[in-house]
Ligand binder design. Structure first.
Ligand code: NAD
Ligand code: MG
Length: 399
């Protein structure tokens, strides 16, 4: 039996993970569930999955959960960052599903990496912020990182076995690989008239044509910042140079990414757009288990199409690619600025088009700094959030 911690258990990835775990209960046990504030959902998960530990990051929520669990329940309810670190590094744990959204996922995921746990990595922001330190820590501890993000999972599946075992320091060219092709649907605004982008509402931005996801990543998909963050994530996982990594727009989301070889072969991974496929793949790699996903029906799919990304339509994608070339300071700042800008957009404070403006302004303030520890990264993240808030205040004054 493999014991799991599910970080972000109440979210979209957390829910899908627990669905796959439930279908394969003889192999996997959701030993520890972690969430922020959603007591109702956590309570339902506790009843269904009977974990040993339910951890709420929000202390008041932990108290509420404790009260709601019947006195006969032997589930331990905890809160506090020290407890969280103890949970992900515990000897009882084999595997950590890293599915907290945003920078909040960095510390618990990094601690699990240092402890040598198997990491199922959905929280791309932790790699965007700390890629070099993160991959170095994994190499030092022997932690196996398996990418859950559907594109990176697809790329992983298209790579030779030896490259799969060398994530972070693989040499793609020496295995005959010329390009990694990162596909993206283009989100809900791929064909919308650009002059109307200022009118986009949070509700419209969160309505992804193919995927059902949390709010933050849905907005990131609409601006294509998500693809930009994934570009940075791919660089760290697959050690790609800018020439080896290319974004391809593929609106149907049937191909989840591809690897192009020197001899002209292109290997693609396909399937219905359902995160339970990459989650199941990571859970049982290198074996295969059932995930509950419908088999892909090619006759229903009909046509697949491809195009180049349009940076005028999606300036955030361009910013992220530039940040990736600039280095860790730029990617950390961009990630933090984007989180603040997306939150302000979701609260109806700024326009959809202001997200790129805030990100651009923060990026232009990036200076070289010493980023030798996770503490340095967190400090820069906090500074960038203050900078982004100041940019938002400026925009609000101008309105
Ligand atoms: P979500 O908003 O649905 O869920 C977020 C989870 O994180 C919730 O369980 C919440 O309780 C928890 N959380 C939020 N703030 C927290 C904090 N401060 N401390 C601890 N926990 C906190 O998000 P999601 O769509 O499931 O995405 C999770 C991660 O997976 C993101 O990094 C996202 O980029 C990545 N991802 C998601 C998808 C998808 O299909 N949803 C696909 C690829 C990658
Ligand atoms: Mg993705």
């Amino acid at each position: 039996m493999e014991n799991l911690v599910v970080l972000g258990a109440t979210g979209s990835i957390g829910t899908n993970t627990l669905d796959v775990v439930g279908r394969n209960a003889e192999k996997f046990y959701a030993h520890t569930l972690v969430a922020n504030t959603n007591v109702e959902k956590m309570l339902a998960l506790c009843v269904k999955h009977k974990p040993k530990i339910a951890h709420m990051v929000c202390e008041a929520s932990a108290l509420k959960l404790q009260k709601r669990l019947t006195s006969s329940s032997d589930i331990e309810v905890t809160t506090g960052v020290d407890n969280l670190i103890a949970h992900v590094t515990s000897n009882s744990i084999d595997t950590v599903m890293a599915a907290i959204v945003g920078a909040a996922g960095l510390i618990p995921t990094y601690e699990a990496v240092k402890a040598g746990k198997k990491i199922l990595l959905a929280n791309k922001e932790s790699l965007v912020m700390s890629g070099r330190l993160f991959m170095e820590a994994a190499r030092a501890s022997g932690s196996v990182i398996l990418p859950v993000d559907s594109e990176h999972n697809a790329i992983f599946q298209c790579l030779p076995e030896q490259v799969q075992s060398e994530l972070g320091h693989c040499n793609l060219a020496s295995h005959g690989i010329s390009h990694v092709l990162l596909t993206g649907s283009g989100g809900p605004f791929l064909t919308r008239e650009i002059s109307t982008f200022t009118d986009i509402t949070p509700e419209q931005a969160c309505k992804h044509p193919n995927w059902s996801m949390g709010q933050k990543i849905s907005v990131d998909s609409a601006t294509m910042m998500n693809k930009g963050l994934e570009y940075i994530e791919a660089k760290w996982l697959f050690n790609t140079s800018p020439k080896q990594l290319q974004v391809v727009i593929h609106p149907q989301s049937v191909i989840h990414s591809m690897v192009q070889y020197r001899d002209g072969s292109v290997v693609a991974q396909m399937g219905n757009p359902d995160m339970r496929t990459p989650i199941a793949h990571c859970l049982s790699y290198p074996k295969r288990i059932s995930s509950g996903v419908e088999p892909l029906d090619f006759f229903k799919v009909g046509q697949l199409s491809f195009s180049e990304p349009d940076y005028e339509r999606f300036p955030c994608l361009k910013l992220a690619i530039e940040a990736c070339e600039q280095g860790q300071e730029a990617t950390t700042v961009l990630n933090a600025a984007n989180e603040i800008a997306v939150a302000a957009f979701l609260e109806n404070k700024i326009a959809f088009t202001d997200i790129a403006k805030v990100n651009q302004a923060c990026m232009s303030g990036v200076v070289k700094s010493q980023l030798d520890t996770i503490g340095d990264i967190i400090e820069l993240d906090i500074e960038a959030r203050i900078m982004a808030q100041a940019e938002i205040d400026k925009l609000l004054k101008g309105h």
